[in-house]
Design a protein around this ligand. Structure first.
Ligand code: GCW
Length: 720
């Protein structure tokens, strides 16, 4: 009996120990494990001896808690928290605003920090060396605290800091596509985080961790439910639930937005119409806004998908998007609320090239929107494809604030199991020159308002977060959430710098790990483009779920739902002719891009088949014929994944077993699916090209029929 008991104790102990060190990804990039480098640790212990943090607002309390948890973890010791500034000790980390730090002097640099920015300075107060984290607002202090922790987590030198930062975009929002039944449209990380049934009474601690993670990267807004919206969102019952969550997020500077359904006045208001020009409808929205702001006084505003993919909208009453958006804007204006109105529209009846429709619909409305309306434009005129040229609306609406909508969840880039780091994709688009005001008119300058002097600026990212223990469905997908937030804060950061800091914070500071892992991340997006949709191909994924290749699909009711609509392969060649003699989408771009894209010889090869239908023997930059280039690219994609696998196995001993194994297993899935993509697409396109896959390449293992017959009725991400 005794022996049994002793054994049991031992087992319990072992279990507890493993659980304590579980590397299941829950901690994201906020791990705060002890600094492993001796010299850095000694230095940090010398430079950080106490935290001096007067003031007691919610954000300041959050900053204090985060700093003391972080410093305790990183330095392996507690440092005293001083709430009242008295005599300062050497090594104090002093945090606050000019108001809370009265007597410690203001700083001229604060002017550059604005409402949300901060300064971090190695400074002297009364001759005592301290680190000063100061901001104009309490939220700014919180952001400064997170940045300081990031410096420690990445083992940066903190001896002579002089940092001034402020976000370049005002509203940095996450869009969740979560349904009220907790399924997530295009979600690959389990079910929704938001447990509506238990709200507003039970608040999971995880809600706070979500807010911490967002605040640590500067995200300051979130809409929590699907843009394919449910009218119940605006019911009194659900507003109470939203209000409870808003209360959790508020200390972290995160404001809620509500994804509203256009026809709510009918569905929950008992009205007969949702016509924006109907006074009863207008009154309904005004009353609703009053009710909402009573419950959530700092609501950011509404997010709206209208007259898009079957959603109701003002068009149902013959009204324009401007008339619709303005009606909502008027209801929100008294409370300072914004309307984020999506431009993702294309019509079932309109035979115009789908890529042209949003521009055609919205461009004429430039200047017709109220001041508190922003138009939310997707990354890509089609739909978040692995690679798209930037949306031609950017630059084309100088009188209307345009915001960018990136997709963080990987609907079209391999779901959760493919390692695809999206920062290079975001950067390619942000850095693209629209030429709207001549050279140097980058998309980023449109979004941050500097090109057209917008009064509101915003950016949205479609979240990849669910209730999986690791939040994002895979360890590396956390990097996409992280990168989105960092770029929303500062779009001039490089994809490489972001990967570097993320890897250090999430895994280890060992360069032997960081360098190869970073290279793997940086090449991963191009690999996915290559094994899925090289040379400008797009939208050839499986029907509905978008899982895997299905370029052969041609029988769906709406033409633009069929992959054949996009690749247009025939005996002559492949690609979508969007030149002046084709759909003329090129003319939506400013000169010289309209000319460049009109000419296959000048079109960047990455967009070749986006803009041109070219013969199979068209000579590409490499000298290879188009067909051979396609074969080459598909194989390149597969090869890169295999390289990634090799790199990853070489890193085995440098990180924990658990995450190593998880990533290894997912890479194996990615390799298998990259091969599937390559072979299915080439086998299919070959029926048109009639050309062989050169012998030096692996030959497809199956017939076209085999690939066509694969079916995945329960592939994730379809939503409710
Ligand atoms: O990318 C497509 C998705 C839909 C999504 C839509 C949109 C929320 O396949 O699931 O619906 O775009 O962005 O509105």
């Amino acid at each position: 009996m005794k022996i049994f008991f002793a054994r049991l104790c031992l087992l319990v102990l072992i279990f507890a120990a493993t659980a304590a060190t579980a590397e299941d990804g829950y901690r994201l990039w906020l791990r705060y494990d002890p600094v492993t480098d001796e010299k850095t640790l000694r230095e940090y212990r010398r430079s950080i001896t106490s935290i001096v943090a007067p003031g007691d607002s919610q954000p300041l309390r959050a900053a204090k808690e985060e700093l003391s948890t972080g410093i305790r973890g990183l330095l392996g010791k507690d440092v005293p928290m001083v709430e009242k500034p008295g005599t300062l000790e050497k090594g104090a980390v002093v945090i606050g605003t000019p108001r809370t730090l009265r007597g410690l002097g203001g700083k001229a640099e604060l002017q550059q920090a604005g409402k949300e920015g901060f300064i971090i300075e190695s400074s002297r107060i009364d001759d005592t060396p301290v680190t000063l984290i100061m901001a104009n607002t309490d939220i700014g202090v919180l952001y400064g605290a997170y940045h300081f922790l990031r410096l420690l987590q990445t083992h940066s030198d903190i001896g002579s800091l002089k940092i001034v930062q402020s976000p370049r975009i005002q509203h940095r929002v996450l869009n969740h596509w979560d349904n009220l039944d907790r399924t997530v449209e295009r979600g690959y990380a389990g079910f929704s985080l938001w447990d509506w049934h238990k709200l507003p009474d039970y608040l999971y601690p995880r809600y706070t961790d979500y807010a911490r993670a967002n605040a640590s990267i500067g995200i300051n807004g979130a809409s929590l439910t699907n843009v394919n919206a449910n009218a119940l969102v605006l019911s009194g019952q659900y507003l109470d639930k939203f209000a409870a969550l808003a209360g959790v997020f508020r200390p972290y500077g995160i404001r809620l937005y509500l994804a509203v359904r256009w026809s709510s006045p009918i569905e929950i208001g008992g009205l007969k119409s949702a016509d924006p020009l109907d006074p009863k409808v207008q009154q309904w929205w005004k009353d609703k806004a009053e009710e909402i702001y009573r419950k959530i006084p700092d609501l950011g505003g509404f997010l709206v998908k209208a007259n898009s993919e079957g959603q109701p909208g003002p068009g149902d009453y013959g009204r324009s998007h401007a008339e619709g958006a303005n009606m909502l804007a008027d209801a929100l204006a008294p409370y300072g609320g914004l309307v984020m109105w999506r431009a993702f529209v294309y019509s079932a009846e309109d035979r115009t090239d789908r890529a042209k429709q949003a521009y055609n619909e919205f461009k004429p409305l430039d200047g017709k929107f109220r001041d508190n309306v922003l138009i939310q434009v997707k990354n890509g005129a089609i739909d978040f494809q692995p690679r798209e040229p930037f949306h031609p609306l950017f630059g084309a609406m100088p009188e209307t604030p345009l915001m960018m909508e990136f997709q963080i969840t990987k609907e079209y880039t391999g779901f959760a199991t493919h390692l695809v780091y999206l920062a290079p994709q975001y950067k390619e688009v942000l850095d693209a020159d629209t030429y709207a005001n001549g050279e140097g008119s980058q998309v980023a300058k449109v979004i941050d308002g500097s090109l057209h002097d917008y009064s509101h600026t915003a950016i949205a990212g479609v979240s990849n977060i669910g209730n999986d223990r690791n939040w994002s469905g895979s360890h590396f997908d956390q990097a996409n959430w992280y990168a989105y937030g960092r770029l929303a804060w500062d779009h001039t950061l490089s994809a490489e710098a972001i990967a570097d800091e993320w890897l250090r914070m999430t895994f280890t500071n060992s360069t032997a790990f960081v360098e190869p892992a970073k290279r793997m991340m940086l090449g991963s997006w191009q690999a996915a483009v290559d094994y899925m949709t090289p040379l400008g191909l797009h939208h050839i994924m499986g029907t509905g779920h978008h899982y895997g290749p299905a370029p052969w699909v041609s029988e769906l009711s709406r033409p633009e739902w069929n992959p054949v609509y996009y690749h247009r392969a025939d005996k002559q060649g492949i690609g979508f002719d969007r030149t002046r003699s084709g759909s003329d989408a090129v003319s939506q771009y400013f000169p010289p891009l309209n000319e460049i894209f009109n000419d296959p010889e000048r079109t960047p090869e990455k967009f070749l088949l986006w803009f041109h239908h070219l013969p199979w023997d068209y000579k590409t930059d490499s000298g290879r014929k188009l067909w051979d280039e396609l074969v080459y690219r598909y194989n390149q994609g597969v090869n890169t994944v295999r390289e990634m696998q090799k790199t990853w196995s070489s890193l085995k001993d440098l990180i924990d077993e658990q995450r190593y194994r998880d990533v290894e297993a997912f890479l194996a899935i990615q390799e298998k699916e990259a091969v599937w993509w390559r072979d299915a697409c080439l086998t299919y396109f070959q029926t048109f090209s009639g050309m062989p896959i050169p012998k030096q390449y692996e030959q497809p293992a199956h017939t076209l029929e085999y690939y066509k017959n694969l079916s995945f009725p329960f592939a994730p991400g379809r939503g409710g």
